[in-house]
Ligand binder design. Sequence first.
Ligand code: PGA
Length: 255
Amino acid sequence: MKPPLVAGNWKMHGTEKEARRLAREIRRGLKTFRGVEIVLAPPFTALTAVHKAIRRSDLQLGGQDLHWEMEGAFTGEISPKMLRDSGCRYVIIGHSERRRLFYESDQSVNRKMAAALLAGLRPILCVGETWRERRTGKTARVIGRQLRGALKGLDKSVIEKIAVAYEPVWAIGTGRNATPGQASQAHRWIRGILKKLAGKRSAESCRILYGGSVRPENAGELAKAAEVDGLLVGGASLKAKDFLSIIRCFAPKSR
Ligand code: PGA
């Protein structure tokens, strides 16, 4: 059994100094419990500072995005090789903000997945429907399309190396989280597709995270929901106290 995974997506927040301080605070707070894998995904400019701040701890570093080429004339982009070099083990791919605001397609998500895996990074692949899609009964279809699109052409063994984050677009940054029931249902659909693609064992070893307005107040019930193997946290990961209490929901055996 893989441990639960809780990732903090800091988005475009924090100078180097602020990021270092936040990482240190989280590290300090984590001394008292174990059993949860934790990933911090600061902005690119703070990766090195956070890497230093979490050195020799159980915390992992993640990028928020990447380009699919290892190097070249791609102004403004960051390659998988560069993320590795900065100390990353994880990378978030296909976040809905990237899809919606930066026109990222299933095809580019697919190329990023392949490149990340080739470089030895573990992708946290984000999928999720808009409110309109949910209202019109298209949730399963949309998630299926995004998932199959992202994994197209990749060896089925990669499913053991990735995590999938179910992030309904209507829940991100809105204060309106999915109910535990809605999360479990979507996670079941995701697990079902993974089973079809790679078989039961691989599908079961893949962690499926929920993301979207996770707060200390709702993390407990989301953590208990069936099929929820972890959380991807945005806003609440910017406050050490809140992030720590969210993580604690997965670590009942505090020391
Ligand atoms: P939020 O963001 O927790 O602020 O809603 C989640 C995410 O975008 O991953």
